[in-house]
Design a protein around this ligand. Structure first.
Ligand SMILES: [Zn+2]
Ligand SMILES: [Zn+2]
Length: 262
């Protein structure tokens, strides 16, 4: 039996989470997931909906309690999904020093202080993609994170307007992003949340590029905000990664990674 892990999950500790930690655990167990990592949103941007929402102490206590209660059935890790680290470096550095976390997903959710949908509506799809990839590059060069979250997530919003990007248009940025991530010993996540619309974040071609560049560090996550989506397509994506030639996915404990054979 292979070891399945879902490394991107939001509970009610995220402003947009609609499930309790225990609901996530029970659903994950029913999906035969062996390890989960909660990755709640946190942001230091006063205009972001996550601002001042996340409560660490209760989160830590709940994870401790449920780790004991479900010990032997599932492993539970304590993570965060951070937004725009590069704009709030000092706040995040201080936060990471003062709080004990297993895993950090570094994501970009806003451009120019606005969401992707607004950027697309006001400035167009091309501008939004380009600005997004530039922003990601700035972030990965200096960010404190374990994996980059949902690279090319702009697809989710561009899809609504029927415009899926052509990789060649942004290949140079993506190449640089992947090179930096590899050279810094960080990883990327494979986010399954768009598969119902046939979207993978990042695109399969990017995963192939990553493999060709000898990138190895990957996590897989459902990005579930509701209980019915926990563990969704994890096993399917494991097969796909194996098909591309990857050998491992990674789990994290106290920010130390551990490779699990696919
Ligand atoms: Zn995200
Ligand atoms: Zn997320």
């Amino acid at each position: 039996m292979r070891y399945l892990s879902d490394y991107h999950l939001h509970s009610k500790y995220s402003f947009d989470g609609n499930q309790t930690i225990e609901q996530i655990i029970l659903k994950a167990i029913s999906m035969e997931i062996d390890e989960i990592c909660l990755t709640e949103h946190i942001s230091f941007d006063p205009k972001d909906s996550s601002y001042n929402f996340f409560e660490y102490n209760d989160y830590e206590n709940e994870i401790k309690k449920f780790s004991k209660k479900y010990s032997g059935k599932i492993n539970i890790r304590k993570g965060l999904e951070i937004g725009e680290y590069h704009l709030y470096k000092e706040d995040f550095d201080k936060y990471f020093k003062e709080h004990n976390l297993d895993f950090i997903i570094g994501s970009i959710h806003n451009l120019n202080g606005r969401g992707f949908r607004t950027n697309i509506a006001e400035s167009g799809v091309k501008y939004t993609y380009e600005t997004y990839f530039k922003e990601v590059l700035t972030f990965v060069k200096m960010g404190d994170f374990d994996v980059l979250g949902h690279l090319d997530i702009v697809q989710r919003y561009a899809f609504e307007t029927g415009k899926i990007y052509n990789l060649d248009d942004y290949k140079d940025y993506i190449y640089d992003i992947l090179k930096v991530i590899i050279s810094r010993g960080k990883g990327i996540e494979v986010n399954t949340s768009g598969l119902a619309n046939n979207l993978l974040f990042p695109k399969l071609e990017i995963l192939r590029m990553y493999k060709d560049l000898n990138g190895e560090i990957l996590t897989v996550g459902s990005d579930a905000h509701t209980r019915n989506r926990v563990g969704e397509n994890i096993s399917y994506v494991y097969d796909m990664l194996k098909g591309i030639g990857f050998n491992y996915v990674f789990t994290y404990n106290n920010r130390q990674m551990n490779g699990i054979t696919l």
